[in-house]
Design a protein around this ligand. Structure first.
Ligand code: FES
Length: 165
């Protein structure tokens, strides 16, 4: 009678209890590896896109040399249409360009010619025109610097670097 009972139980539950834990462990490892692979693959395009946004290879015409008097500025967009930027002629042969979204809460920064610095009106953030670094106020870091190139008579934006200070 006991043998029949055991036989019926083995037919009903076709599972070997001693291997159940092994299968669970194997299943867990397989699903974890699958999940990690899926996460890696889904994040790869984002990494590539964000690197591209950091180092645009496009060249944008800003102005002609001589369009600005010393102390004057002009706004433009770089690297994309909705990225506000500003070119400032700080001396006869010196220009600076920055992304002008404040690094605190993204308010647009303006050039205060008389004082010789960039100002964020939202919470009184002040930036150094020489290198975009923070002089005072709540901004956590300086403005991203736009690299310039001079060709023929034109001034071009050719790259952007995040502030280190
Ligand atoms: S947004 Fe510029 S200082 Fe706050």
């Amino acid at each position: 009678m006991k043998k029949i009972e055991e036989f019926l139980r083995s037919l009903t539950f076709n599972i070997r209890r001693d291997r159940e834990l092994d299968l669970n462990r194997r299943g867990f490892v397989a699903s974890t590896l699958s999940l990690m692979g899926l996460l890696f693959l889904s994040s790869t395009p984002l990494v590539v896109l964000s690197k591209r946004a950091e180092t645009p290879d496009l060249e944008t015409f800003i102005a002609n040399v001589g369009d600005l008097a010393v102390g004057d500025s002009v706004t433009f967009s770089y690297p994309k249409e909705h990225d506000p930027a500003m070119l400032i002629r700080i001396a006869e042969n010196e220009y600076r360009a920055y992304n002008i979204k404040c690094t605190h809460l993204m308010c647009p920064v303006y050039w205060e010619k008389e004082e010789g610095h960039l100002v964020c009106p939202c919470h009184h953030g002040f930036f150094n025109v020489e290198d975009g670094s923070v002089i005072a106020g709540p901004p956590p870091r300086g403005l991203p610097t736009i690299q310039l190139a001079f060709k023929d008579n034109g001034i071009y934006a050719v790259g952007i670097t995040q502030s280190q200070h």
